[in-house]
Design a protein around this ligand. Structure first.
Ligand code: GAL
Length: 415
């Protein structure tokens, strides 16, 4: 009771101090609040490496950690929306390059960084395609920290060996056969699964296998219909894979599903390559990996980028943070710990992990397709609609209803 009263008085004081309903934090001229969803494991290790560089590059500035835990930003994005509405933005926030960033640009929530690109020489530092995904009407709105790959399968080799599974499955039928072998050998959940967006990653990987890279990419531009028989077949394949997963999938975030892999209760997990760093951070270094079966030479990409928020309390300090993110040293330190590869093209692979070296080579040679679960292909509205459809499917297992919901989502959100 007493606590409630104290809080209520504090809240009143805040409101009256800041004026009618504007709850903006008092300006802290030397503090940069960095808002992410990187709160533990390999994600936190990546952020920590950037904080360290920021301390060296931006003397006199203080880092404030605004991280909100929850894979793929499920909680952070909601919190950010609330803060934007209350006109209480952090100085900088994490946003995926592509459609997701366009949401913030359209809403006027991020500032133009074009002049910083020019004065820091960044136009030449990043691949042209990536710059295009950060640009609207000739203006560039964020600084990419990395490139992640989504369509990867991570494996626990000891589990596979015990069950007599060897080699890399070349296609979906071979993968399903290996999952069946694991199941028959008594592995509890051959394929570790988590909540909605992690299931979307599996569905997207299956769609790449079944439709091919070009038709898959067309699903997000309107060139490929979601109503086709090929999408229906992919949903059926997706259901076959999910049947080899853990029953409590909808209650798990990705690190909890990953725990099944580490503990030998699962053989495989489909996850982006933040998993490489996270497994390492958790002391599980004996993992193996392969591109999702049937995806061929397709690299499903996403990129984390940092913005200068509209109304940022400390724009100068934030520019220094962004310069650190963009620098070769910042990109090397961050990516070495985060599992992704540098977005800059002039950072060498030396000293990065074996996985990262292979990803750097693939990024140059493979066909690139975007990710809906991680915002390079889909706006936030589209992501939410698809995630809701998957949660409903996971409970009812109604393939027809799932496809209908995917068709509706595309018709509402395709640009
Ligand atoms: C992605 C993000 C990655 C990683 C992952 C899991 O959306 O781009 O950096 O953090 O979520 O949380």
């Amino acid at each position: 009771m007493r606590m409630v009263a104290v809080l209520a008085v504090a809240a009143l004081l805040t409101v009256s101090a800041c004026g009618s309903g504007d709850e903006r934090r008092p300006a802290a001229p030397d503090t940069v609040e960095v808002f992410t969803w990187w709160a533990e494991g390999g994600e936190k290790a990546g952020l920590d490496a950037l904080i360290d560089r920021f301390g060296q590059d931006c003397a006199g500035q203080r880092f404030e950690n605004g991280a909100v835990a929850g894979g793929a930003g499920v909680n952070a994005k909601q919190e950010l929306t609330g803060r934007m509405t209350r006109k209480d933005p952090p100085d900088t926030f994490q946003a995926h390059a592509g459609a997701e960033l366009l949401d913030y640009i359209d809403a006027g929530q991020v500032q133009d960084l074009t002049s910083a690109y020019d004065s820091w020489g960044l136009r030449q530092a990043f691949p042209t395609g990536l710059i295009d995904d950060l640009t609207v009407n000739g203006k560039i709105y964020s600084v990419p920290a990395n490139v992640h790959r989504a369509n990867v399968v991570w494996a626990n080799p000891a589990v596979l060996k015990r069950a007599g599974v060897s080699g890399v499955p070349r296609d979906l039928p071979a993968f399903l056969a290996d999952l069946a072998t694991l199941k028959a050998a008594g592995v509890e959940a051959p394929l570790a699964l988590g909540r909605d967006w992690t299931q979307l990653m599996v569905l997207e990987a299956v769609l790449i296998s079944d439709l091919g890279a070009q038709r898959f990419a067309g699903l997000f531009t309107g060139a490929t219909p979601w109503s086709g028989a090929d999408v229906a077949a992919a949903i059926a394949d997706f259901g076959r894979l999910v049947a080899y997963g853990n029953a409590d999938r909808d209650a798990l975030d990705w690190p909890q599903a990953e725990r099944l892999l580490i503990d030998g209760k699962a053989g495989y997990q489909v996850m982006g390559d933040w998993e490489a760093a996270d497994l390492t951070a958790k002391g599980f270094t004996g993992y193996s990996w392969f591109t999702f079966p049937g995806n061929g030479a397709t690299f499903q990409w996403l990129a984390d980028s940092f913005t200068l928020a509209t109304g940022a309390p400390n724009p100068d300090g934030t520019r220094c943070w962004l310069r650190t993110v963009a620098s070769p040293e910042g990109q090397r330190a961050f990516n070495a710990a985060k599992g992704s590869i540098p977005a800059r093209t002039d950072v060498s692979a030396a000293g990065l992990s074996l996985y990262q070296q292979s990803a750097m080579a693939d990024w140059k040679s493979a066909t690139q397709v975007p990710s809906c679960a991680h915002g390079s292909a889909c706006s936030q509205g589209w992501q939410s609609a698809v995630n809701q459809a998957l949660t409903a499917w996971s409970a009812a297992r109604d393939d027809t209803a799932l496809q209908a919901a995917l068709v509706t989502a595309a018709s509402r959100f395709v640009r």
